[in-house]
Design a protein around this ligand. Structure first.
Ligand code: BJW
Length: 225
């Protein structure tokens, strides 16, 4: 029985209509990373940051899982072994596509986090700076997003999965951001076969044994079938 570990990035949701970060007209071309994706940016201007994530959360009801998300769910239900999806994405398209074993290492738009006690809860569609934590009642709610300089979620569990991988596939991620960009090296150390699905070779593309170049909505279903 083989264990398949999948890492996904913004590219898998691009065909669903969600912008990627580093495309020419992507999110980082429209917003300064330092302003909206760092704890310092949040301290400086919480309203700007909360509104950035409110706008992205508001988009969720209008976007839908594409054939790549659905193919990964099929893989999980049909594969005679374990399939784990580690996503850097903060949308909920893997879950809505039918995947069950999903790890959101960079947090989730649909979740709020208390900066005082670490409690996480379902975010209202529109968060406001100073929202109250339902557990400790501090007024320190923030979007439940892992910003630069913060520790991604469940790293110990993720490295455990990587160390047992027989197959590691990275889909739609540019390989710019660590620790996720280092996962291919970890999987190789475990002896996994490594594949990259992308429109082009990523920053860490040379570390993969196999490349499937093209839109994930086509290449992933082809791989899974
Ligand atoms: C398609 C497609 C289609 C398009 N089909 N493909 C110096 C060296 C090394 C590391 C560091 C360093 N200085 C600082 C660091 C650490 C830092 C980091 O990596 N910085 C780099 C910029 C250098 N990392 C951190 O701070 C992280 N924390 C950390 O390291 O903690 C310490 C630690 C140590 C040891 C172990 C563990 C931890 C935290 C990173 C947090 C990232 N947060 C963000 C924003 C929040 C989420 C949000 O707002 O939505 O997460 S940044 C942003 O980038 C977002 C994404 O999840 C992440 C990755 O982007 P992704 O998904 O790859 O998107 P793009 O746009 O870059 O690429 C899309 C790809 O899809 C492209 O390749 C396209 O070609 C492709 N594509 N359409 C197939 N249809």
């Amino acid at each position: 029985m083989t264990k398949i570990v999948i890492l996904t990035g913004a590219g898998i949701s691009a065909e669903s209509g969600i912008e990627t970060f580093r495309a020419e007209d992507g999110l980082w071309a429209q917003h300064r990373v330092e302003d909206v994706a760092t704890p310092e940016g949040f301290q400086r201007d919480p309203e700007l940051v909360v509104n950035f994530y409110n706008a992205r959360r508001a988009q969720l009801p209008d976007v839908h899982p594409n054939p790549a998300h659905k193919a990964l769910a099929r893989l999980e239900s049909d594969h005679d072994g374990e399939v784990i999806v580690i996503t850097q994405n903060v949308d909920d398209l893997h879950e809505r596509g039918g995947s069950k074993a999903v790890f959101h290492m960079h947090g989730e738009l649909k979740s709020a986090l208390c900066a005082a006690c670490g409690h996480r809860w379902d975010a209202p569609m529109v968060m406001a700076p100073g929202d109250e934590c339902p557990k400790c009642v501090a007024s320190e709610a923030r979007p439940d997003i892992v910003w630069f300089g913060e520790m991604p979620y469940e790293m110990d569990v993720l490295f455990d999965h990587l160390s047992q991988a027989d197959v590691f596939a990275a889909i739609g991620t540019s390989g710019n951001v660590y620790p996720a960009a280092g996962f291919v090296a970890e999987a190789r150390r475990a002896g996994a076969h490594t594949l990259e699905f992308n429109l082009e070779r990523s920053m860490v593309g040379s570390q993969f044994a196999e490349h499937r170049i093209g839109p994930a909505g086509q290449t992933v279903p082809q791989w899974v079938s």
